[in-house]
Unconditional design. Structure first.
Length: 275
């Protein structure tokens, strides 16, 4: 009888302890939740005031306080955004890569990839010397367009891809002109064909076709020169480069003295809006 009584007492005490533990856990959970929200809001206030480093510290703190909550990925993404706003691009990229790894099914994954693209896009210092940021930006914008085609991020990505292609085509044409000047004909031909094949929607296609005509005519391959002259004429007959191409075959040709109004390139139109 005594043993039964002790068993019942033990069960009762265990039950009380468990209930007490549950109450403490709920209180601690509530406190953590409040601390996390406070830290997050502090981060927002700091970001509004321009103190990015303190803002990111508070966002990271909010994420660590309650990592299993819905606020954690939001805080992580806000830290990345905060870094990006003040051009801490490498920090932002690190935060975003961590976010993608930790929260691969998060509903804001499309924005994370878009912000990755924007970090590389905005970190362009001199596209004539270093193309790596442009190439990485293109990769991530393409990823967003392919995987999230109905989003506003995809729409903006398409817009920025056009500008990136203009930059990349400009670089290729710069190299091609250098090869022509040095009379490295094969290297020049390869570069010019690359521009036509890969950057067919840019303003540099007309010049690339014209330069091919010039190069082939110079090295005595007139049939090849005529082939590219026909392509240029079919697609851009009213352009200034076709007029120059016509003169390659007709040395006595006098171009129309009426100057054509120079078309503003896509770069010139957009660059003022972005940079």
């Amino acid at each position: 009888m005594k043993n039964i009584f002790l068993l019942i007492l033990f069960i009762f005490l265990i039950s009380c302890a468990q209930k007490s533990k549950e109450v403490v856990t709920k209180i601690e959970s509530k406190e953590l939740d409040e601390q996390m929200i406070d830290a997050y809001n502090e981060g927002l206030r700091a970001l509004d005031e321009g103190d990015v480093l303190f803002a990111t510290k508070k966002f990271n703190e909010a994420e660590l306080l309650y990592p299993q909550s819905d606020w954690a990925p939001r805080a992580s993404l806000m830290a990345a955004y905060a870094y990006w706003t003040q051009n801490y691009f490498s920090n932002s990229v690190n935060e975003l890569n961590r976010f993608i790894k930790l929260y691969p099914k998060n509903k804001n994954l499309d924005y994370a990839y878009y912000l990755l693209a924007m970090n590389y896009y905005d970190s362009i210092v001199d596209e004539k010397k270093d193309l790596r940021p442009l190439i990485r930006a293109k990769e991530y914008f393409t990823l967003v367009i392919q995987n999230y085609p109905e989003t506003e991020y995809a729409l903006d990505g398409k817009y920025k891809l056009e500008l990136i292609d203009e930059f990349l085509a400009a670089k290729e044409m710069y190299i091609a002109r250098h090869y022509i000047k040095k009379e490295k004909w094969i290297a020049a031909i390869n570069r010019l064909k690359f521009v036509i094949s890969n950057y067919g929607t840019t303003i540099y296609v007309e010049e690339a076709l014209h330069r091919l005509v010039e190069v082939y005519y110079t090295i005595g391959l007139e049939n090849e020169a005529k082939k590219y002259a026909q392509i240029l004429g079919y697609n851009y007959q009213s352009g200034e480069w076709y007029e120059k191409t016509y003169k390659v075959f007709n040395k006595t040709y006098v171009p129309n003295k009426k100057k054509l109004k120079k078309k503003q390139s896509l770069i010139e139109k957009i660059k003022t809006k972005i940079f």
